[in-house]
Design a protein around this ligand. Structure first.
Ligand code: HEM
Length: 387
């Protein structure tokens, strides 16, 4: 789901649609990777449907187009890959139905205390420090710990699991060898004596009357670690950066905890962790005055959609009081993220713990966050002074 498509031979209808000269820069242009927002604005204003040859995909940049593309059944996850995102129709619905109850409602309420405790322990570890990098010391750890708790894996293995989380979804489904070897004994135990965690749910589930194979279980776990770990890590870093950049709003959120969820949603709009969701067209799709040919790769620019001025007033501003910030950061339609609630719980717990343990937290002198990444994006470091 998160691998760039790479250069491709230009489809026939792209040849007809492409301008003869002065094409806008590509998504892979180093200047665009450093700051994609000027290109996003140009695309939305003048080229809402554009074939980006070096990137190898059709770019959709307007809020309405990105939202409908994400939900369009003619647009599916591009091959190769075997994650949940690559399944469709009955099998997809069956696998979602297995996973989703374990990530919401009562199951999530059970996880809450553990996630809050972990956030508090991680924040307390920093109290004696003069300065720290919150990406290294906090954001890399808390989301991994939350997914470890949801799966019911031993908390002492969080450090190992964190490295798999940080690999993101590059393994495209199926568990890499070392993760598979780590998971197998846990799977065997759950088959014999299931508990009430997500791994037990997967080990005891039946689809089409048959249990999931060990390989299917470890593959699903790898998807959850990749999807949940990396995305939440990055989104949490952007959330903290937005609040540290706006000390007035940070002070407000500190005095009014009821604003935490709105502050999180606004950060996901302005600086989503997943900037680009890729799809492949199964049939021609008419959109924004043009047609995406069958077989083409489509890049849904979620990072651009969140800054669309026709949908959001003054879209570059971070404003915790923004009404209805929209939720394309988690996708839309049948593949919408299953971890929305766990991510919100993780981010809210993380922020509250940091505010309680480190009341003087502010940017270290002279530090400015630098956002990195093309498909997933967030600050590389968050250097803060703590006393
Ligand atoms: C802030 C954190 C997160 C962000 C920004 C995020 C974002 C996304 C996005 C953009 C998609 C693709 C949606 C689409 O293709 O339309 C997705 C899918 C998915 N996410 Fe998340 N995610 C986050 C956290 C999590 C967590 C914590 C979990 C679980 C532990 C998770 C599990 C999944 C799964 C299983 C899918 C595939 C759903 C499907 O294809 O049916 N995500 N996520």
């Amino acid at each position: 789901m998160l691998c760039p498509p790479g250069p491709a031979s230009r489809p026939a209808s792209a040849r007809a649609a492409a301008p003869p000269a002065a094409a806008p820069p590509s998504l892979v242009d180093p200047a665009v990777v450093r700051d994609p927002y000027p290109l996003y604005r140009t695309l939305r204003d003048t080229r809402p449907l554009l074939y980006d040859e070096p990137f190898g995909a059709w770019l959709l940049s307007r809020y309405v187009d990105v939202r409908s593309a994400l939900a369009d059944p003619r647009l599916v996850a591009p091959p190769p890959g075997r994650t949940l995102a690559h399944l469709e129709e009955a099998t997809h619905a069956a696998h979602r139905a297995l996973v989703s109850p374990a990530l919401q409602g009562r199951a999530l309420a059970v996880l809450k205390a553990g996630v809050e405790r972990t956030a508090y322990v991680l924040a307390r570890r920093l109290v004696r420090h003069q300065e720290a990098d919150l990406v290294e010391e906090f954001c890399h750890w808390l989301p991994a710990a939350a997914v470890v708790a949801a799966l019911g894996l031993p908390p002492e293995d969080t450090a190992r699991v964190t490295t798999w989380c940080r690999a993101g979804l590059t393994h495209l489904g199926g568990a890499p060898g070392d993760l598979d070897a780590f998971l197998r004994p846990h799977v065997t135990r759950r088959r014999v004596r299931p508990g009430d965690d997500l791994l037990s749910v997967l080990c005891t589930a039946r689809t089409d009357g048959r249990p999931l194979s060990d390989e299917a279980v470890t593959g699903l776990v790898a998807t959850l670690l990749g999807a949940g770990g990396e995305a939440t890590d990055r989104a949490l870093a952007s959330f903290l950066a937005n609040l540290l950049d706006h000390p007035g709003q940070l002070a407000l959120v500190r005095s009014r905890p009821d604003l935490v969820d709105a502050a999180w949603a606004e950060s996901l709009r302005r600086d989503p962790a997943v900037h680009v969701v890729l799809r492949r067209a199964l049939a021609p799709v008419a959109v924004s005055g043009g047609t995406i040919p069958a077989g083409a790769t489509v890049a849904c620019l979620v990072g651009s959609a969140g800054r669309d001025a026709t949908r959001f007033a003054d879209p570059d501003r971070y404003d915790v009081f923004r009404a209805a910030p929209g939720q394309l950061a988690f996708g839309a339609g049948r593949h919408r993220c299953l971890g929305v609630q766990l991510a919100r719980l993780t981010a809210g717990s993380g922020l509250r713990a940091l505010l309680a343990a480190l009341p003087a937290m502010a940017w270290a002198p002279g530090f400015r966050p630098v956002h990195e990444g093309l498909l997933t994006r967030s600050p590389a470091a968050l250097r803060v002074r703590l006393r």
